[in-house]
Design a protein around this ligand. Structure first.
Ligand code: GDP
Ligand code: MN
Length: 415
C-alpha cells in the first residue's frame, strides 16, 4: 500500500516539478523552427488584435476563413467551445471577443474551468479541394518499458486517443526509435504506409514525422501530441494542434524555451512556494505536512494515509529548517483551506532538532493565527531537548518521537 501511494505522489510531483507545458501556439512555433509544417496562426490578447491578425493571415496565405482557438493548458478545447470557425472578419471579432476572458470548461479542466487570456487566430486548413481533408493522430514519447522513444500514431485522428485505445486498439500503431540512429527512412515510410498514404501525401508524411522526431529529441521534450495531424485537400501534411511537454530538468540548456513558461496556467500556491525555495505540491487531502527531504516527505504522506488522513500537500523544506523557513512553510500550508491538521516530521541530521523546535515555536508565535492542531516529530541530534522545548512551550503543539506515535496523534486529532 505504501508503495502504490508513493508512486501516485511521485507521479503527481513529476507533473508539476519535472515537466513544463507549452501553449499550442508556442508548441507550433517550436515545431515550425524544426521544419515541421504547421497550421499558421497569430496569437492575440483582444478582439481588435484578432481582426488585424486575420487580415495579416489572409494577406500571407490567401485564406478567407479563420479558426479562433483558446490558448490554455488543457485539451478538449473544441468540445468546450474554445475552438470556433469564423467565416468573415465580423465573426473573427465576435468569436474572439467571446472566447477571450471566458472560463473555458473542457473534459480536462475543473468545473470552474480555465480563464482564457489569449487566442490563436489560425488559417482555416479544412478548405475543400481535390480530396477530403483527413485527420490523423500522432504522439512522440518515451516507452519506459523498453527505454526507447516511440512514435504512436493512428488513422483515427481528431478524437480522444483513450477512446480509440479502448474501442479499436488495432488502429493504434507504434514505431520504436533507436536513440543511436534516430528515426530511419524506412521507419518514416512504414508510418506513412500504415496511415494509408500514397503520392505527395506519402512523401509529405515521411518529412513530417522525421522533422517531428528531430524536434522532440533536440528540444528535450517528454511528450509531443499532435491531434489532429491533417492531410489537407491538396495533400499537405501539417500539425493542426500541438501539445508539447518539455523536460524541466533540461531547461538549463534551452534558455529560450524556459522563457515560455506561463505562470498563470500553474497552481498559484505552488508558484509562490517555488519562489520561496520550497518544494511544494498541492494535493487533495486534509493533513498538511512539512518535512525535510523528499524521501522522508513521501514516507510521511504514507504515514498520514495509514492514520486515516489524506495528505494535503507534499512539502520538502530542504536541509536548513530554521525559523524563517518553517514560518514560510506554515504560511504556504495554511493557504489551503482544506487543512485540518499539520504534521511536521523533521530528521535532525546536520540541522539540530532543538534548533528546529525553536524555529517551530517562534514561527507559531509570529504567525499568531494558527488554529489547527500541530503534531511535531523531531528525530535525530538533540531530539530529547527538542521534545522538552515543544512540551514546555505552552502552545497547542503535540510532540512525538516515534513514527507510530506521530501517526496515532494524527489519527486522534482527525477523529
Ligand atoms: P482541442 O479540442 O483542444 O484538441 O483543439 P484542436 O486544436 O485539436 O481543435 C479541435 C478541432 O477543431 C479539430 O479537431 C478540428 O476538427 C477543428 N479545427 C481545427 N482547425 C480547424 C480549421 O482550420 N478549420 C476547421 N474547419 N476546423 C478546424
Ligand atoms: Mn486536439
Amino acid at each position: 500500500m505504501a508503495k502504490t501511494l508513493n508512486y501516485r505522489i511521485f507521479a503527481q510531483r513529476n507533473k508539476f516539478l519535472i515537466k513544463m507545458n507549452l501553449h499550442e501556439y508556442q508548441g507550433k512555433e517550436l515545431l515550425s523552427s524544426f521544419g515541421v509544417r504547421i497550421q499558421r496562426g497569430i496569437v492575440v490578447q483582444s478582439a481588435k488584435e484578432a481582426v488585424d491578425a486575420a487580415k495579416q493571415l489572409t494577406a500571407e496565405t490567401g485564406t478567407g476563413w479563420h479558426v479562433i482557438k483558446a490558448q490554455v493548458h488543457a485539451g478538449g478545447r473544441g468540445k468546450g467551445g474554445g475552438v470556433k470557425l469564423a467565416k468573415n472578419l465580423n465573426e473573427v471579432e465576435e468569436i474572439a471577443g467571446k472566447i477571450i476572458g471566458m472560463d473555458l470548461v473542457t473534459p480536462q479542466t475543473s468545473a470552474e474551468g480555465k480563464r482564457v487570456h489569449q487566442v490563436l487566430v489560425a488559417e482555416d486548413v479544412y478548405y475543400p479541394g481535390k480530396n477530403e481533408p483527413q485527420e490523423y493522430y500522432m504522439s512522440v514519447l518515451l516507452n519506459r518499458g523498453t527505454g526507447r522513444n516511440m512514435i504512436v500514431y493512428s488513422t483515427e485522428g481528431g478524437m480522444d486517443i483513450e477512446t480509440v485505445a479502448e474501442e479499436t486498439p488495432e488502429l493504434i500503431h507504434n514505431e520504436e526509435i533507436d536513440a543511436s540512429t534516430g528515426i530511419l527512412p524506412f521507419q518514416a515510410r512504414r508510418i506513412a504506409f500504415n496511415l494509408g498514404l500514397s503520392g505527395t501525401a506519402f512523401k509529405e508524411m515521411t518529412k513530417f514525422v522525421t522533422a517531428l522526431y528531430t524536434a522532440y529529441v533536440k528540444s528535450d521534450a517528454s511528450l509531443f501530441e499532435i491531434n489532429p495531424v491533417l492531410k489537407t485537400s491538396d495533400d499537405l501534411i501539417m500539425a493542426v494542434d500541438a501539445k508539447v511537454t518539455l523536460d524541466a530538468n533540461a531547461l538549463y540548456r534551452h534558455r529560450d524555451l524556459a522563457q515560455l513558461r506561463d505562470l498563470r496556467e500553474e497552481n498559484p500556491i505552488e508558484v509562490e512556494a517555488g519562489a520561496l525555495g520550497l518544494n511544494y505540491v498541492d494535493l487533495e487531502g486534509n493533513v498538511g505536512c512539512m518535512v525535510n527531504g523528499a524521501g522522508l516527505a513521501m514516507a510521511t504522506m504514507d504515514l498520514i494515509k495509514q492514520a486515516g488522513g489524506e495528505p494535503a500537500n507534499f512539502l520538502d523544506v530542504g536541509g536548513t529548517a530554521d525559523a524563517a523557513r518553517v514560518e514560510a512553510a506554515f504560511g504556504i500550508i495554511l493557504k489551503d483551506p482544506a487543512v485540518k491538521a499539520i504534521l511536521i516530521n523533521i530528521f535532525g541530521g546536520i540541522v539540530r532538532c532543538d534548533r528546529v523546535a525553536q524555529g517551530v515555536i517562534d514561527a507559531y508565535k509570529n504567525m499568531g493565527n494558527i488554529s489547527v492542531p500541530i503534531i511535531v516529530r523531531l528525530q535525530g541530534t538533540n531530539a530529547d531537548i527538542a521534545k522538552e522545548l515543544i512540551d514546555n512551550s505552552g502552545l497547542d503543539v503535540m510532540s512525538a518521537t516515534e513514527f507510530q506515535e506521530a501517526a496515532d496523534k494524527v489519527q486522534a486529532v482527525l477523529s
